[in-house]
Write a protein that binds this ligand. Structure first.
Ligand code: NAD
Length: 451
């Protein structure tokens, strides 16, 4: 078990080291990140096995590693430009200026919490941006992906001096007052910035804890991200996108399609098309769901939680149009389509984070708008339509952190777009230059001209 003294020693060492990291050049930061790239690539098989152990995804799946490689490429190619002072035009009201610019300086010590659904990607993506911005980082891996947490710890130790990046896997710390959770101990330190990927519930805790030391924070949270289907779109296209959107990682993705709105008269055609796509992708000839192709629930608690939502919905009169089988031994629920679900059930009220799709119908777009932020403001939003006027009305009458039109979560993959949530789904933006800026202090400099 960790000792409080050990955490405090590392924190003090990191604080003293902030100035060193602040003065590193783009080339020096990239050099560290290239060592990180090499270490991750060396351990690809180990990472695959660990994710398999934690989430049941195939051990040869390299999706998360590819994401991280993309992040590293972007930083390698663009960091020098991001770090350069940003020139600003003078306005008429201010005195003559020698120069005006924004200088990006590191925030200092960044406390990073990873999550378990994409334990490699959601840990290393923010870490890379924190290092690129010249910060030092204290990090805690998610206790729910322990095998991956161990590999992460080894990678970080192999690449970074602990004054630059230190990672903790132990969930508990011995203190003179008894055993405390590592999360709580870390959050009591006078950190400069906190970066959380996790639930709105923990997001609230972070905001309160940050207030103790006036730390700044970035919250990458979740919520109920809807998909809206218009009658002008080919339903096959929607169904294919929903495979990644609803079933990949057993529905445990922050941008998962939580529920879908379809025109009432197209409901049955939509269900038929979606079910056919699901069967093609995930079922064998005997009609068995091949969950091994994409993973299972992370743990019993999450399996029980989603099963509870399903049971309640059925007990309250929802119709199972497809699926519905549960498998407690393997922590799996079959891809399921629910119709006529009462709006006050938990499956409609809470983020599902599982492969169940409630289908809501509309005859009037106002029904979508009226519902739009009643369940919190979502992280993602997708619209499927060929009608530009429909798309504009959807954009103008709803809100979310980001939007993909005619695809699933592509706005997340595009690193030139800022990624993040709004209110209940998050605070702050990252990816590409946006992440560099999020993890920097944008210092305004006005140099008055003197004769
Ligand atoms: P969670 O909020 O329970 O845990 C996330 C992290 O917070 C863990 O690493 C945990 O150790 C840490 N943490 C810090 N202080 C804590 C405290 N006091 N108590 C408990 N944990 C504390 O998240 P979860 O439910 O495991 O993850 C799922 C959520 O994450 C979903 O809501 C999902 O949408 C969201 N998510 C968001 C993104 C994104 O990029 N926006 C990505 C993945 C997941």
């Amino acid at each position: 078990m960790l000792e409080l003294d050990e955490i405090q020693r590392i924190f003090q060492a990191q604080r003293s080291h902030r100035r060193v990291m602040r003065h590193t050049t783009a080339a020096e930061r990239v050099e560290r990140l290239e060592r990180l790239r090499a270490e991750i690539l060396t351990r690809q098989d180990e990472i695959g096995r660990a994710i398999h152990e934690d989430l049941g995804r195939p051990a040869d799946n390299r999706d998360e590693i590819q994401t991280v490689m993309g992040n590293l490429d972007k930083v390698r190619d663009e960091l020098a430009d991001w770090m350069a002072p940003l020139p600003v035009e003078k306005s008429p009201a201010t005195p003559a200026a020698e120069r005006i610019f924004v200088k990006y300086e590191p925030r200092g010590v960044v406390l990073l919490f990873g999550t378990w659904d994409f334990p490699i990607g959601m840990f290393f993506s923010p870490l890379i941006q924190a290092v690129a911005a010249g910060n030092v980082v204290l990090a805690k891996t998610s206790s729910m992906a322990p095998a991956t947490g161990e590999v992460i710890e080894q990678i970080v130790r192999a690449v970074f001096d602990e004054r630059e990046v230190a990672v903790f896997n132990d969930n508990d710390v011995t203190t003179p007052d008894g055993v405390r959770s590592t999360n709580d101990v870390l959050l009591d330190l006078p950190i400069d910035h906190i970066f959380l990927t996790g639930s709105p519930r923990v997001g609230k805790i972070i905001v309160e804890k940050a207030a103790q030391h006036m730390a700044s924070f970035t919250l990458e949270l979740g919520g109920k991200s809807p998909a809206i289907v218009d009658r002008t779109i080919d339903l096959d296209l929607v169904a294919e996108a929903f495979l990644g959107g609803k079933i990949y990682n057993h529905g445990q993705t922050c941008l998962s399609v939580d529920y879908v709105w379809v025109p009432a008269d197209l409901r049955d055609a939509f269900v038929e098309t979606y079910v056919a796509a699901v069967k093609r992708a995930y079922y064998d000839e005997t009609g068995e769901f091949q969950w091994q192709r994409d993973g299972r629930f992370v743990d019993k608690r999450n399996y029980e939680r989603v099963k509870g939502y399903l049971d309640e919905a059925i007990a309250r009169g929802a119709t199972v149009a497809f699926g519905g089988k549960t498998d407690a031994d393997n922590l799996v629920i079959e891809p399921t389509v629910l119709l006529d679900v009462p709006r006050d059930t938990r499956i409609i009220q809470e983020e599902i984070f599982g492969p169940i799709l409630p289908v809501l119908t509309y005859t009037d777009e106002e029904e979508i708008f009226a519902h739009s932020d009643t369940l919190g403001k979502p992280l993602g939003f997708s619209v499927y339509s060929r009608d530009d006027a429909f798309i504009e009305r959807m954009l103008d009458n709803t809100t979310s952190g980001g939007v993909t039109i005619n695809g699933h979560a592509v706005h997340w993959a595009e690193e030139n777009l800022p990624f993040g949530g709004v209110n209940s789904s998050g605070y702050g933006r990252y990816h590409g230059v946006w992440g560099f800026r999020e993890l920097s202090n944008a210092r305004s400099v006005f140099h008055v001209a003197v004769d």
